[in-house]
Design a protein around this ligand. Structure first.
Ligand SMILES: [Zn+2]
Ligand SMILES: [Zn+2]
Length: 347
C-alpha cells in the first residue's frame, strides 16, 4: 500500500506528521496531489479550541479546506479531468437529494460532507480524493496559492449575492481579515462604487487600502462618528459583517441607509446579541445570513486570476507540511502579521 504524509491533529493545539495510506480514487472521483492549502480562521478554532459551537473534533483529525493541486489520477467515470490538470478543490460535498439540494441551495445540504469539518478529513495531506463535480480546473499559469484562495473568495462572492450588491453601490465592510479583503475584491468586481472597510489592526487596514478600499481605524473613534455625514445622507447602500464580532451587526444597522441591505458573513462570537431592533424595522433593512457558498467556484477562479486586487499581498507566510503545527500557532497568536498562511504539503 502506498502512503503519504498528513498533518494529523492528535489533540488540542497538537499536530503530528504521520504516514497514512493514499486514498483510493472512486469511479467518480479525482485524486489530487495537494500543492497549497490556506489556513482559515475556522481551522484555527478547531486547532486551538477543539470545536466550533457544537461541532467537536473527533481525534485523530485533519484540518484544511482551502486546497489546490494537480490531478494525479482519475476514476473510470471521470470525463472532465486528466492527470496533470491544475485544480481548485471545492471542499463541501453535497448529497444532491435533500430538500435544500433540490432547492438549489446545496450549501445548506443536511448531509453536507465538508472537509476539515469533523469528522470529514481535510486537505493537510499530500493527496486527497474529491468527486469530479467539486473539482475545478484553474489556468496552468495561476499559482496554487491563488487556487486555494478561491475558497475564501467564494465566501465573498456569496456575500455579494446575498446582499444583492448592485453597480455603483457604496459598501461598508466590518473587518479587514482574509474574508474582508476577499469581499473588497468581489464587491469591486461587480461594479460597486466606493468600498469602505473598518478594523483596528493597522497592518490589515494598510492591506485593505492597497486592495482599493477607503479604510477606517475604529480602535478609538467608532465608525458611526467617522461616517456621520454619509450616514445622515443615507449614502451607504450595503453593509457586510466579516469580523464575527457581536457589535458588528448593530454597527451596520446604524450605518446602512433606509431600505439598504446587510449580510452577516463572519461566524458570530456569541449566539445572541443586543441589536437596535427599532432601527432595523423602521429603516426596512434587508438582513441576510450566509453559510459558506454555492455555485461560486468558476467565478471565483476568474476573480482569483484577475487583477481586481493585489491578491498575492495576502500570502504573508508559507510553510511546508512539516511545519503545519507552527503555521497554526502563528495564525492563532499573530493576527496582526498573518493574513493568509499557506501550507505546501508536497514541498
Ligand atoms: Zn475558509
Ligand atoms: Zn443535500
Amino acid at each position: 500500500m502506498k502512503t503519504m504524509k498528513a498533518a494529523i491533529l492528535t489533540k488540542q493545539n497538537t499536530m503530528e506528521i504521520q504516514e497514512i495510506p493514499i486514498p483510493e480514487c472512486g469511479d467518480d472521483e479525482v485524486l489530487v496531489k495537494v500543492m497549497a492549502v490556506g489556513v482559515c480562521g475556522s481551522d484555527v478554532h478547531f486547532f486551538s479550541e477543539g470545536h466550533i459551537g457544537d461541532d467537536y473534533v473527533q481525534y485523530p483529525h485533519i484540518l484544511g479546506h482551502e486546497g489546490a493541486g494537480i490531478v494525479e489520477a482519475v476514476g473510470k467515470n471521470v470525463t472532465k479531468f486528466q492527470p496533470g490538470d491544475h485544480v481548485a478543490v471545492e471542499p463541501g460535498i453535497a448529497c444532491g437529494f435533500c430538500p435544500a439540494c433540490k432547492a438549489g441551495k446545496y450549501n445548506l445540504c443536511e448531509k453536507m460532507q465538508f472537509m476539515s469539518g469533523p469528522p470529514v478529513w481535510g486537505c493537510l495531506r499530500q493527496y486527497l480524493t474529491i468527486r469530479e463535480d467539486f473539482c475545478f480546473q484553474i489556468p496552468m499559469d495561476m499559482s496554487f496559492e491563488r487556487g486555494s484562495l478561491v475558497e475564501p473568495l467564494s465566501v465573498a462572492i456569496h456575500a455579494v449575492r446575498q446582499a444583492r450588491v448592485k453597480p455603483n453601490d457604496r459598501v461598508l465592510i466590518v473587518g479587514a481579515g482574509p474574508i474582508g479583503l476577499s469581499c473588497i475584491a468581489a464587491v469591486k468586481d461587480c461594479g460597486a462604487g466606493e468600498v469602505m472597510i473598518c478594523d483596528t489592526i493597522p497592518q490589515r487596514l494598510e492591506m485593505a487600502r492597497q486592495f482599493g478600499a477607503r479604510v477606517f481605524d475604529v480602535s478609538k473613534v467608532p465608525i458611526q462618528e467617522q461616517l456621520a455625514d454619509e450616514i445622515a445622507a443615507d449614502q451607504i447602500d450595503v453593509g457586510m459583517e466579516t469580523a464575527g464580532i457581536v457589535s458588528g451587526f448593530g454597527t451596520l444597522i446604524d450605518c446602512v441607509k433606509r431600505g439598504g441591505s446587510i449580510v452577516l458573513v463572519g461566524c458570530p462570537s456569541a449566539d445572541t446579541a443586543p441589536i437596535p431592533i427599532g432601527k432595523l424595522v423602521t429603516k426596512e433593512l434587508m438582513v441576510n445570513g450566509l453559510f459558506r457558498y454555492r455555485n461560486t467556484y468558476p467565478y471565483g477562479i476568474h476573480l482569483a486570476a484577475s487583477d481586481v486586487a493585489p491578491f498575492d499581498l495576502m500570502f504573508t507566510q508559507s510553510f511546508p507540511l512539516a511545519d503545519a503545527q507552527k503555521a497554526h500557532e502563528m495564525a492563532r497568536d499573530d493576527k496582526a502579521n498573518c493574513m493568509k498562511i499557506i501550507i505546501h504539503p508536497n514541498e
